[in-house]
Design a protein around this ligand. Structure first.
Ligand code: MLT
Length: 240
């Protein structure tokens, strides 16, 4: 047995009870779109993101100076919210220096489910190299946790986990078959990541909402090279 740290892939929050989070680094993954949006917001100048589990908790920040509130339920923006879960909402100057309070259906929910771990990071294709490089330097065991869609495995989160495995496999012991499968699958489709994902279930939901551009953007590897980490209930960019 070598002394490399281990990496596991949890394909759905429904399987999370099978994993021991104690002392581990957990990477929360929701490629479409929560974790892509968090990375994009931090990259374009949002100072911190406060992930909250409910609409009510989000609204509780309404009178806080320099805070902007964003919500998503079933891919739609609930009535009354100015900001959504679209990465495009955060690609402009007006958000610079602000704190984003965000609640989403699956992504921010999973983040609250893994609070007993040692460290929480955020992953998406838009930050895949910066995140993987950070993992290559740390010594904790890692769980790549997919938000999926209402507990059902999805291809974009699973394949992102595979992309990380592909990048860190020499430094880590891959200690589950889901990690091995997704690493191999990512390697076989990585030259055309976007075309492969045209089959993804969530694509249709986003197209119906007029968010086809979001879908395309979320597969742009390294478009938002940040490393978001949870610190005192806020996600901040470790590279800032
Ligand atoms: C979620 O957290 O469920 C999502 O990011 C859904 C979306 O807005 O596309």
């Amino acid at each position: 047995m070598n002394n490399k740290p281990s990496v596991e892939v949890c394909l759905s929050p429904q399987l999370l009870n099978l994993y021991d989070l104690q002392g581990k680094t957990v990477v929360v993954i929701d490629v479409l779109r929560a974790t892509s949006t968090i990375c994009t917001a931090l990259y374009h100048g949002i100072e911190a993101v406060i992930p909250v589990s409910s609409i009510e908790k989000c609204i509780a920040y309404k009178d806080f100076a320099d805070h902007i509130l964003a919500a998503e339920r079933d891919a739609e923006t609930p009535f009354g919210f100015q900001y959504s879960n679209s990465p495009r909402d955060y690609m402009n100057e007006s958000i610079k220096g602000k704190t984003l309070v965000l609640t989403t259906t699956n992504g921010t929910k999973l983040l609250h489910d893994v609070l007993s771990s040692d460290k929480i990071l955020i992953g998406a294709f838009v930050n895949i190299d910066s995140l993987s490089n950070y993992l290559l330097e740390q010594t904790n065991d890692v769980i790549l946790a997919c938000a999926s869609w209402r507990g059902r495995v999805n291809m974009e989160d699973s394949l992102f986990a595979g992309g990380v495995i592909s990048r860190i496999k020499n430094k880590y012991n891959i200690s589950c078959d889901s990690g091995r499968m997704m690493g191999d699958l990512y390697d076989s489709i990585s030259s055309d990541l976007f075309s492969y994902h045209l089959k993804a279930n969530h694509r249709e939901r986003l197209i119906n909402l007029g968010a086809a551009e979001d879908f395309e953007y979320c597969f742009k590897e390294n478009a938002a090279p940040v490393v978001p980490i949870l610190s005192e209930k806020k996600l901040i960019n470790l590279l800032a």
